[in-house]
Design a protein around this ligand. Structure first.
Ligand SMILES: Nc1ncnc2c1ncn2[C@@H]1O[C@H](COP(=O)(O)OP(=O)(O)OP(=O)(O)O)[C@@H](O)[C@H]1O
Ligand SMILES: [Mg+2]
Length: 353
C-alpha cells in the first residue's frame, strides 16, 4: 500500500547558531499523488533536505501540516510513518553480506526465516543484485552498494520512499545509469516517492513532477516539460537548462522587437503594444544562417562538442547569446568572426512578463 502526500502551509524556522533565525522552509503547500515520483530541485541551502526530513518525521514543522492519505502525520514518530530513506552515503553495514543487509529490517520485525528469504530474494532480483547475495559490501562497486541501500528500503514495503541526493557520490556515467534504474524500479513497485537533487538533468529524467525551490519557497511546480518550456520566472528558467534572457518590446499579438528587429513569437500574451518583456530563448531553439537579414551577430566563440556545436554570438544591442547547433560533423562549424543571422523558433520562445 502506498499513500498520497499532502503538505499544507509548511514552515520551518531554525534558531541560527550565529544568533537570530533561519527560515529554511517557507509556506510550502504540495499534493503528491499516490505512486508518483516528485523531485525537489533547487540550489544548495534552499530547504530541500529540511522539507524531506519533515516528511520523514526527523524534523518537526514550526507550523503547517503533513498528511499521508488522510492521516495527519505531524505528531507521528518517524519509525511509525512507514517511510524509508535512501541517502547519499549508503549507510550499509560493512560486516554484513548483501543478503543480511537487506534482511536487517525484516529481522527487527520478527518475520519468519522463510518469509524473510522470499522477500529478500525477490528484492535482490528486482534491483539486479541476484548474484551478489553473499558478497560483502567491500566487494561491491559504488553503484552496487547504492542498489543494496535501495533494496534495503524497498524490502520494507514502505508507504513512502524518500531520496536525498542518492547518486551524488557516483561518477557521471554511473549516475545516469542509476537514475534510469531508480525510475524503472519506482514505477514497478509504485511507491510514492520524494526525490531531492540539485542536478537538473537528474530531476528532468526521473520525475513525474518537479518542484523547483528557491530560498525555502516553491518557485514553480510542474512536469519536466512544463517547467522547461514555460518557466514561471527568470530564476526557474536559469536553473533548469540554459537560457538566453533577451529584452524585447511587444509589437502585436504575433511579434516582438529585439534591438529594432521583429521576431515572431507564438502564444504572446505579453500585454498591450509597447510592453517591455523578457524572452527566454533556449540555446537549441535558435537557427543560424548566413542570410543578410533579421537579427544578426558575430560569432565570438565556436566550440565543437561532437553532438553539438556551441556558439557565443555577440548580437548588436542585444547582448551575447549562447546557441547550440546539432550535428556539426555534418553541418560544419561557423568560424569565429563570421556574421550570422539568428532566427529563434517562434514556438519555442517563452515570454516572461
Ligand atoms: N539544524 C539546523 N539549524 C540551523 N539551521 C539549519 C539547520 N538545518 C538546516 N539549516 C539551514 O536551513 C537552510 C536549508 O537547509 P537544507 O539542508 O534544507 O538545504 P538543502 O536545500 O538540502 O541544501 P543542499 O543542496 O546543500 O543539501 C540552510 O540555510 C541551512 O543552513
Ligand atoms: Mg540537502
Amino acid at each position: 500500500m502506498t499513500d498520497s502526500i499532502t503538505i499544507a502551509h509548511l514552515n520551518k524556522v531554525f534558531a541560527s547558531p550565529e544568533g537570530g533565525t533561519v527560515a529554511a522552509v517557507k509556506d510550502v503547500s504540495l499534493e503528491i499523488g499516490a505512486g508518483r515520483l516528485v523531485t525537489l530541485l533547487g540550489p544548495s541551502g534552499c530547504g530541500k533536505t529540511t522539507l524531506l526530513r519533515m516528511i520523514a518525521g526527523f524534523e518537526e514543522p514550526t507550523s503547517g501540516d503533513i498528511f499521508f492519505g488522510t492521516r495527519r502525520m505531524n505528531e507521528m514518530p518517524p519509525n511509525r510513518r512507514d517511510t524509508a530513506m535512501v541517502f547519499q552515503s549508503y549507510a550499509i553495514f560493512p560486516h554484513l553480506d548483501v543478503f543480511e543487509n537487506v534482511a536487517f529490517g525484516l529481522h527487527l520485525r520478527h518475520l519468519s526465516g522463510a518469509e524473510i528469504a522470499t522477500r529478500v530474494e525477490r528484492v535482490l532480483e528486482l534491483t539486479g543484485l541476484g548474484g551478489f547475495a553473499r558478497r560483502a559490501p567491500s566487494q561491491l562497486s559504488g553503484g552496487q552498494q547504492q542498489r543494496v541501500a535501495l533494496a534495503r528500503c524497498i524490502v520494507m514495503e514502505p508507504r513512502v520512499l524518500l531520496f536525498d541526493e542518492p547518486l551524488s557520490n557516483l561518477d557521471a556515467k554511473l549516475r545516469e545509469q542509476m537514475r534510469g534504474e531508480i525510475r524503472e524500479l519506482q514505477q514497478r513497485v509504485g511507491i510514492t516517492s520524494v526525490y531531492v537533487t540539485h542536478d537538473q538533468a537528474e530531476a528532468m529524467s526521473i520525475s513525474d513532477e518537479i518542484v523547483v525551490m528557491n530560498a525555502g519557497a516553491v518557485a514553480q511546480r510542474g512536469t519536466p516539460h512544463e517547467i522547461y518550456a514555460h518557466p514561471a520566472s527568470r530564476f526557474v528558467a536559469g536553473f533548469i537548462g540554459r537560457a538566453n534572457f533577451v529584452a524585447a518590446e511587444v509589437l502585436d499579438a504575433q511579434g516582438v522587437a529585439v534591438a529594432g528587429v521583429r521576431l515572431a513569437v507564438a502564444g504572446l500574451a505579453g500585454g498591450p503594444v509597447g510592453t517591455r518583456v523578457t524572452l527566454v530563448v533556449r540555446p537549441e531553439a535558435v537557427r543560424l544562417s548566413q542570410a543578410e537579414e533579421g537579427l544578426r551577430g558575430t560569432v565570438v566563440r565556436a566550440t565543437f562538442l561532437g553532438n553539438v556545436a556551441e556558439y557565443r554570438i555577440a548580437v548588436a544591442q542585444a547582448g551575447e547569446w549562447l546557441v547550440e547547433v546539432p550535428n556539426p560533423v555534418e553541418n560544419g562549424l561557423f568560424a569565429v568572426g563570421t556574421v550570422v543571422s539568428l532566427t529563434p523558433s517562434a514556438a519555442a520562445v517563452h515570454v516572461l512578463a
